[in-house]
Design a protein around this ligand. Structure first.
Ligand SMILES: [Zn+2]
Ligand SMILES: [Zn+2]
Length: 345
């Protein structure tokens, strides 16, 4: 990844995530965070100060985002070019579970969807892919006429269905959007299984994530089915999962992970390898420890700590027990990702 551009800064808008907390203060001075009630209030409709005791604006409940089980992050990299002009490139990492949730939150956040160049799907699971058609429609509607089509960066290995084992029999998830449906919705499908750069080489998408830990056993009870075969097969490894990463000047690698079915330590180690040894600065996304065994959580936190990250922006499927363990082991490093938050790194 020698050609990955070194960014000056990074802006992240959390459009979909599991947790909503517009009250807790930012726990880490190294990251600028906004999107709390004060910011929502100041961004609300202006009031005539004469009419409500000098109040300048109204905090409206319908300007607060709604949480949902899934993830969608709008990520913009910034870099000054040789003539000092700022250059920006924007990637949308995952699209959340449902179209209306994405639309509701993106609208409330006034998200600049027209800037999206690439949508990267971390893996084929509906809580990450479900918003896709509406995302494409909204983003394309915000783009000036004649803009290049939005690239949708996908793993070619798409099961027709994913599901899970239950004592009563398999439960199927809703199907992910098909390649044809994504094209029909206005996306330019690009299939990649190997590591590559996207969005002006500001970001890289990994290839398959090597499993080096003994404790990451993948998704318990995971299944997949191809319609032609008509039978469910065990699929605990979710081999199609990929992460997004970038390199931040004077700081290090920032890695975005969807669900970490390969293990967040494995993904973090691989990001450092792809970054040619540049230290790990931040990890953001789902650490998938919500249903983890206590020993898995302990081992994960210890091995993450060994990588000396400065920020852990935990979201989606991380689970409160893992967040608690991180906070205890690495006080100050945990910055929970709440829906509606804006982070500047
Ligand atoms: Zn998943
Ligand atoms: Zn997920």
């Amino acid at each position: 990844m020698a050609d990955l551009v070194e960014l000056d800064s990074l802006e992240i808008l959390v459009i979909v995530d599991n947790e909503l907390d517009p009250i807790s203060p930012s726990p880490n001075a190294a990251v600028q965070q906004s999107g709390g009630l004060k910011d929502i209030g100041m961004g609300g409709p202006q009031l005539d100060p004469q009419t409500r005791g000098g109040a300048i604006s109204e905090l409206r409940m319908d300007n607060i985002c709604c949480s949902a089980h899934g993830l969608s992050l709008l990520i913009t990299g910034l870099k000054s070019n040789n003539s000092g002009e700022p250059e920006r490139h924007t990637v949308l990492f995952d699209t959340g579970p449902e179209e209306h949730i994405f639309e509701l939150n993106a609208t409330r956040l006034k998200a600049r969807l027209g800037e999206i160049e690439t949508i990267q799907l971390s893996h084929w699971h509906r809580d990450h892919s479900g918003g896709m058609p509406r995302v494409l429609a909204m983003a394309n509607a915000m783009k000036p006429a004649g803009s290049p089509a939005i690239t949708v960066d996908l793993n070619p290995d798409r099961p027709d269905y994913r599901g899970m084992v239950t004592p009563m029999g398999p439960v199927s998830m809703e199907a992910d959007p098909t390649f044809a449906e994504i094209e029909a919705a206005g996306g330019k499908v690009e299939k990649h299984s190997e590591v590559h750069t996207v969005a002006g080489k500001f970001f890289a998408v990994s290839g398959e994530i090597p499993r080096t830990t003994s404790y990451d056993v993948g998704l318990k009870r995971g299944l997949r089915m191809m319609r032609e075969a008509g039978v469910w097969e065990e699929d605990t490894l979710i081999r199609d999962e990929r992460f997004l990463m970038c390199k931040l000047k004077d700081k290090g690698i920032v890695m975005f992970t969807g669900c970490s079915h390969a293990g967040v330590v494995n993904a973090s180690r691989h990001a450092v390898t792809l970054g040619n040894g540049v230290p790990l600065y931040a990890v953001m996304g789902g650490f998938h420890l919500a249903d983890g065994e206590p020993q898995t959580i302990t081992s994960t936190v210890a091995d993450l700590q060994a990588l000396e990250p400065k920020l852990l922006l935990t979201g989606h499927c991380t689970g409160w027990r893992a967040k608690f363990a991180i906070q205890q082991a690495m006080p100050g490093k945990l910055v929970p990702s709440f829906v509606g938050s804006r982070f500047t790194l």
